[in-house]
Design a protein around this ligand. Sequence first.
Ligand code: SAM
Ligand code: SF4
Length: 475
Amino acid sequence: MKFTPEIYGIKDVPMQSFIDKDEIWDFIHSADTTETEIRRIISKSLNKQRLNLKEVASLVQTTEPELVNEIRKGAQMLKEKVYGNRIVLFAPLYVGNLCMNNCEYCGFKATNKEAQRTTLTKKELIDNVKALEQNGQKRLILVYGEHTSYTPEYIAETVKTVYGVKTGNGEIRRVNINAAPLEIEGFKTVREAGIGTYQVFQETYHPDAYKRYHTGGRKKNYDYRLTSLDRAQEAGLDDVGIGALFGLYDWRFEVLGLVRHTNHLEACYNVGPHTISFPRLQDAAHFKVDERYRVSDEEFTRIIAILRLAVPYTGMILTAREPEHIRKEVLKYGCSQIDAGTKIEMGAYAEVFGEKQDLNKEQFLINDERSLGDVIDELLDEDYLPSFCTACYRKGRTGEHFMEFSVPGFIKRFCTPNAILTLSEYIEDYAGQELASKGWQVIEKNVAKLNDDKLENSVRERIDRIKSGERDLYY
Ligand code: SAM
Ligand code: SF4
């Protein structure tokens, strides 16, 4: 599929702002929420077609419980039909929390003088990566505040350091980034360091709300942030992640904002976001959530179902900001990646500065503190296939999320076998006896489900090689 501006009737211009707040509110206020329309929209999405803003507005405005239930069911069907049962696992690693901005909701804001500020030294970074590798992690997202010390060259250097750390069979095979927006040259520098996805969250797509929450530093500039991933694309970095921080403004507006952003990237660069994130606001030092915009659990899980239907091809990331029971529910609606074994205090994986959750040491509080092993255990119980796959990115198959979605048989040929092989490695290297036996049973079941003798034999042969000590086998 080629995304041409004509598909959406959009006349977007690269590197220029694209959010029209009145247009978004008009879509919301004139939404058609009749039963016939909602059912038509759900089936359009189940036919793997992207929804337009008018259709997404209809979904966010639906309140009739039976229809809301159909939206949830639709997302669940889409997830099962397109993506199957794999869940990709990763961990965040906070590299530095110096910050010159003043985002009201964030514990790292410049005016929070009680925040303990640190940038990991090279040794501390290596120690943390070692600790993560010893737990079995293979994919990290490095997180940075916004500060003149965190130049593109510095970010690139930390990425290279992380890739260079090997412990036993442990290694990090994909490093993603969540950091401040860069200039085109800066994006080129971090791309050359071999990063996976570069995430920049708009936080709120509403320009006036944005202004209220961002009162200092470079992040004050709404348009500069909004066009940051255009600059990434101009730099040849086409693997980008968008996100909104739910709880800052009306969630219905933010959902349409995310979809409008997706339209813009498709229209201008013919590639949509690799991932969409939907962090929900958590307590942070010196911040009180505005109750008007607080997102309830019911709304939050509905938002995820709507986003799944709206952009059926994109990866959806859920983090440990959310408690276990919410994480369990929304996996059904198509979240494809979750973090596990998460610690967001600076240096905590290697216990550099002590481990306790403390608002002055971290950006916000998290609600799921289970270990990677515990999360894998639960995923196996729920019939998911945990995956640490990093194959596409290393094989140069860019746009894999889109291929998974659009190329028939892609998941069966590549994603499932790679999930099986990376889980086999995890079991061999890091799992206790009980988890291992559960894991091998799930692997056996998934190998049998491949339903293709040649592929099955090839996967079994590779599992045997992993059992005899080989590592990093992938399709
Ligand atoms: N400094 C970079 C930036 O602002 O883009 C890096 C990102 S920040 C460390 C990661 C993300 O955490 C932010 O983009 C924001 O969406 C989220 N965040 C900040 N404060 C939060 C809070 N109180 N609750 C939940 N998420 C929060
Ligand atoms: Fe700094 Fe990012 Fe926190 Fe804003 S969200 S204060 S830019 S770390």
